[in-house]
Ligand binder design. Sequence first.
Ligand SMILES: [Zn+2]
Length: 403
Amino acid sequence: MIKIPLLKDHHNHFFTYSALNNAIDLFNVNAKDIALKTISEQQNPKMTIAKGWFDTYYNFAQTDINRFPPLIIINNSLHKYLFNKAAAEIIKLDFPEWVKNNNNQNWVEKNLMQIISYISRFYKFNKDDYETALNILLAKGVYFASDMFVTDTAIIDFLSENSQNKRTEIWTSPNLFPKLNNKQKSVCKGVKIFTDGALGAYTAAIKNYKINSNPILTHTNTELSQKIEQLLDFNTGIAIHCIGDIAIEQTITCLENHKNRLGKYPVRLEHAQFITKKQAFKAKDLGLTLSMQPNFNMDSIIYSDRLDKEYCKANNPFRMLIDDASFIPGKDLILGSDGMPTGIEGCIQQSIFPPIPEQKLSLDEFVSAYCIDNTKYGHIEIEIDQLKKKIISRIIFKNNLQY
Ligand SMILES: [Zn+2]
């Protein structure tokens, strides 16, 4: 048995997921009839929200969902949304563009964070839910979780008034950041932008998919370069979502245009799942941090319906990043979950015994890139069965921890 510290999840959506803790969870559902039964048993007459839907397994027709009271269904990737007629009537009142454009994936990708923020606001932020959510985190082996996109100023104000908070950090939108006062700005680690979509919605910008797809770059090169220039003026961190090799290439090219302005604040590439060796060397050269998710190693299996063999193999190439491009776990290679799912169970097995050998991390590398630096508040016991290639983990933690 080996003891490791609790996790520090560098890329999560802690507040959004906390709000959505109350939503129906379809994560473990793999058939439409079960999904519909689950929704009908747990519906809320005002607005029912269901998350964790995998369109790899099943799809909904409008006729399936129109018989329910207001209902929004969120794809597990958070990049695809469905709502019924009754929900459309409500959404129309304060977010009519979404109703008009929900079938336009291009628009959805560009307005993703507005959509997620809008949905999570059906649940008002309060301190009790926050504390409950922190306890849920602990039970999953996570001491610290970031939220990559907070636009609810109630949360920002709460954090700036509770400066002892050591268990979360937040990033915000480039639209909101300049409007914040200095106190509010000081609790934001930085701002986050998107350059492509996601594999779950067939919109991550990779060169080719096996099946019908819609790879999306949310900016032209000129637009992205200008955007980066504007973000550098904010004097804060910058997190750039880029999953596909095309989006990573574009991001690196645009960052190179501002090379002499980089280095003062962290610039992170989020996901970087299909980063090539050439891109990795350039990213290292520019001093970028790669913020990656070993739980997405599994995409090589679950998305083999859409990814060809070469892409399945190229997903999360941790060995190349560490051994060849000299990224250092915990320094410029940091790990998180994106909340899909949050916790030790979803990542340790895939890190030590990944589906693709290139994805393997040693336990030391895992701890450096994914754990806090002490065991004051608890720890995780790990048993590695080399023969069965299985990991058993047990979480030991102190109850009722203060935040
Ligand atoms: Zn994310």
